[in-house]
Design a binder for this molecule. Structure first.
Ligand SMILES: Nc1nc2c(ncn2[C@@H]2O[C@H](COP(=O)(O)OP(=O)(O)O)[C@@H](O)[C@H]2O)c(=O)[nH]1
Ligand SMILES: [Mg+2]
Length: 386
């Protein structure tokens, strides 16, 4: 539904008879997604792909964005959606102060836009963690529009800032890559220690299962025994298999075994956890590269998504992490966690501008349901609406 896993819940005809014991059946409460008439699913497991052809879904970011937007607006209408929106607004309180209150204050009572106003706006955006490159571009664009008289009053300026911020997010958007028919979609989770990788895997597994996917997990964080156990606990909670070895084992070997098993057993999605800390940073980056190389021996397209997890409360540090991981293994999607805390949400724009990589999810708490698909307009509303 949001680009991960197959497009629609498994039809009831395709029973779980071939599933290994312990694998969860798709939730009966999940309403079936509308089926495109051109892509009927057959029930013969040998030829039938449970995957939508890449062109149908993976090649159409517009449709994906639309689906996510529709989902988000539906969500906003429900009680849980409203409380999520409130939570997001609260979580972004610190950034809101700058992007909304301070900017509003800046423009209140002014009749026209002069250079001083633009300069003060520039400082506010930098203070909100939007980053110097994005801020410079925004201010240059605004100055140009002011000159052309496209933007002439302070309210118009506020609207233009919002459009610019939306633009940064939309430009970075790109669809999730889909696997070849019959292959699992592989999501490699990366990020420094403590950002919420393992927790996000637990939350995401639940959502993918609810949409009818068979999910397998790979315990690629072998740095500490506790890390393996933590993933196994999420596996038990979601009733999905976890491929693991002992602490200290070679993570590439764990992931290789897992991908082999997931492919042979017809799983839809394999999510690989990784360590966020090793004895040295070079080791960590080399290890991630090796995991990718080894996966590609089984599936040259894997991983279909390299999901960087960053903690929103760490500000500019999150940008540095994003740049470093991206050099080792090119990032294709980002999850921003801990937006329920004292986050400075502006960092999201700095990362999107620098990496040109889309945000996929936001984490808004520690509970299993506290992961939401990222939706740019909703984020901007939470950030900037009065
Ligand atoms: N408040 C909050 N805590 C989170 C969120 N995501 C993860 N955590 C917490 O962050 C801590 C580290 O998470 P973990 O998944 O172990 O991080 P990892 O080292 O990257 O795998 C745990 O206590 C999680 O419960 C979130 O969105 N909000
Ligand atoms: Mg972990």
């Amino acid at each position: 539904m949001f680009g991960f896993g197959k497009k629609k819940p498994r039809p009831p005809a395709q029973s779980e008879a071939d599933a290994a014991p312990g694998e969860a059946a798709p939730s009966a409460q999940t309403p079936p997604a509308p089926q495109p008439p051109s892509a009927p699913e057959t029930a013969a497991p040998a030829e039938a792909s449970t995957w939508a052809p890449a062109t149908e879904d993976g090649g159409d970011s517009g449709r994906l964005a639309q689906a996510i937007a529709e989902r988000a607006s539906r969500q906003q209408e429900t009680e849980s959606g409203r409380s999520f929106f409130r939570g997001l607004r609260n979580g972004l309180a610190r950034t809101r102060e700058v992007l909304n209150a301070d900017i509003s204050e800046l423009v209140t009572g002014r009749k026209e836009i002069d250079e001083d106003l633009l300069e003060e706006l520039e400082m506010l955006l930098v203070a909100a963690d939007v980053g110097v490159p994005a801020t410079t571009r925004i201010i240059e664009d605004l100055a140009y529009r002011v000159k052309l008289r496209e933007v002439s009053d302070p309210q118009g300026l506020l609207d233009a800032v919002r459009r610019q911020l939306a633009d940064i997010l939309h430009r970075a958007d790109s669809p999730v890559r889909q696997p070849a028919p019959g292959r699992p979609q592989v999501i490699l989770m990366v990020g420094v220690n403590g950002v919420g990788k393992t927790t996000t895997i637990g939350k995401l597994t639940k959502q993918l299962q609810a949409e009818g996917n068979k999910v397998m997990l790979a315990a690629g964080d072998t740095f500490r025994a506790a890390a393996v156990e933590q993933l196994q606990a999420w596996g038990e909670r979601n009733d999905v298999p976890v491929i693991a070895q002992h602490a200290g084992a070679d993570p590439a070997s764990v992931v290789y075994d897992a991908l082999q098993a997931a492919t042979a057993r017809g799983f839809d999605v394999l999510i690989a956890d990784t360590a966020g800390r090793l004895h040295t940073k070079t080791n960590l980056m080399e290890e991630l590269k090796k995991i990718v190389r080894v996966m590609q021996k089984i599936d040259p397209d894997a991983p279909h998504e390299v999901m960087l997890v960053v903690d929103a409360t760490t500000g500019q540090n999150a940008l540095h992490q994003a740049v470093q991981f991206n050099e080792a293994v090119p990032i294709t999607g980002i999850t921003l966690t801990k937006l329920d805390g004292t986050a400075k949400g502006g960092i999201l724009f700095a990362i999107a501008e620098r990496l040109q990589v889309p945000f996929r999810f936001v984490g808004v708490g520690e509970k299993i349901e506290d992961l939401k698909p990222f939706e740019a307009d909703m984020f901007l509303d939470a950030l900037m609406s009065p």
